[in-house]
Design a protein around this ligand. Structure first.
Ligand code: OOG
Ligand code: MG
Length: 253
C-alpha cells in the first residue's frame, strides 16, 4: 500500500473541501500507518507555506468517544492556517460539514523533551485559555474508523482561543458550555476530559515523544472537547463559555 498516495488523497480532500470515502474501505492500514499518513499529508501543507504551531488531543472525553463511536485517544497537528482570532468570521466555503466543540487550550512556556508527570506539567505551561475547535472530517457523513480519523489529522480544521489565564487557574472541574446564537447546545465539565484536563496534556507529552513531534515553546495544545460537537451553519454565532473565564466566539459566514 502506498501511504504517500493516501496522504495526497486526504490532503486534497481538505484543500478542496471535497468529501471522500473512508480510506479504510479499500486499504487496510494500522494505527501506526495512519499516523504516518497524517505526517505525510501535513508535508503537503508545509509545502504550501503552512507552519506547525501546535498539537491537538482528541477523544479525551466519553462524550466525544460515544458521539463518534470510537474507543481511544488520538492526536493531530495544528497549523497557522487553522488559527483564528477571537470574534473572527469563519468562511464556511472552506469546509465540508464543520462542527464546533468547546475546549481548553494551553500555551507552552518551554521546549519539552520528555514525558511529563502531572506534577511537572504546570511548569511547562505559560497560560490556559477557553477555546473553540472546528472539526471537519474529510470523510462523507462525518463517519470514520479510528485509523481513518488519525490519517485525516483528527478532523482538524480551525481553532480559536479566548483570553489567557495563569496555569495556576484551577481547571479541574469547570462548567463548559457551547452556545449557538445565544442558545445553549451542549454542556459539560472540564472533568470530563480524562478526569482532569492536565492528564490530556501529560498524554500529549507522551505521544509527542513517541511520535517524534516535540512540543516546543510557543506551541498551542488543544486538550480535547468536554462535550459532543455541533454542526454549524451560515450566520451562526458560536460561543464557548468556560466557568470563570471570558467567552470565546466565532461567527460562521
Ligand atoms: C475527531 C476529533 C476529536 C476531540 O476534541 O475529541 C476531537 C472528530 O470527532 O472528528 O477533536
Ligand atoms: Mg477537538
Amino acid at each position: 500500500m502506498n501511504l504517500s498516495k493516501l496522504a495526497q488523497t486526504i490532503d486534497a480532500a481538505a484543500l478542496n473541501a471535497e468529501p471522500i470515502k473512508q480510506l479504510s474501505f479499500k486499504n487496510k492500514f494500522t494505527e501506526k500507518e495512519a499516523y504516518q499518513i497524517q505526517a505525510l499529508s501535513l508535508k503537503h501543507r508545509y509545502e504550501r507555506g503552512e507552519k506547525l504551531i501546535g498539537l491537538k488531543m482528541g477523544f479525551t472525553s466519553k462524550a466525544k468517544m460515544e458521539q463518534m463511536g470510537v474507543h481511544d485517544l488520538i492526536w493531530g497537528r495544528l497549523t497557522d492556517a487553522m488559527l483564528y482570532e477571537n470574534g473572527d468570521r469563519l468562511k464556511l466555503k472552506k469546509f465540508i460539514h464543520p462542527r464546533a466543540e468547546p475546549e481548553l487550550c494551553f500555551w507552552i512556556k518551554k521546549d519539552i523533551d520528555k514525558k511529563l508527570t502531572l506534577k511537572e506539567a504546570p511548569g511547562y505551561v505559560e497560560a490556559v485559555a477557553p477555546a473553540i475547535e472546528i472539526i471537519d472530517s474529510r470523510y462523507r457523513n462525518f463517519k470514520f474508523s479510528l485509523e481513518d480519523v488519525i490519517a485525516d489529522n483528527c478532523s482538524s480544521a480551525a481553532f480559536v482561543m479566548g483570553n489567557w489565564y495563569r496555569p495556576s487557574f484551577d481547571i479541574t472541574d469547570l462548567k463548559i458550555e457551547l452556545h449557538i446564537n445565544k442558545k445553549i447546545v451542549h454542556e459539560g465539565s472540564s472533568k470530563a476530559i480524562l478526569g482532569n484536563p492536565w492528564r490530556s496534556f501529560v498524554d500529549a507529552t507522551r505521544l509527542a515523544i513517541k511520535y517524534k513531534e516535540p512540543i516546543k515553546k510557543g506551541m498551542y495544545i488543544m486538550l480535547g472537547a468536554a462535550t459532543p460537537a455541533e454542526y454549524i451553519k451560515k450566520g451562526n454565532k458560536i460561543t464557548a463559555k468556560v466557568e470563570g473565564m471570558d467567552d470565546v466566539m466565532i461567527k460562521a459566514s
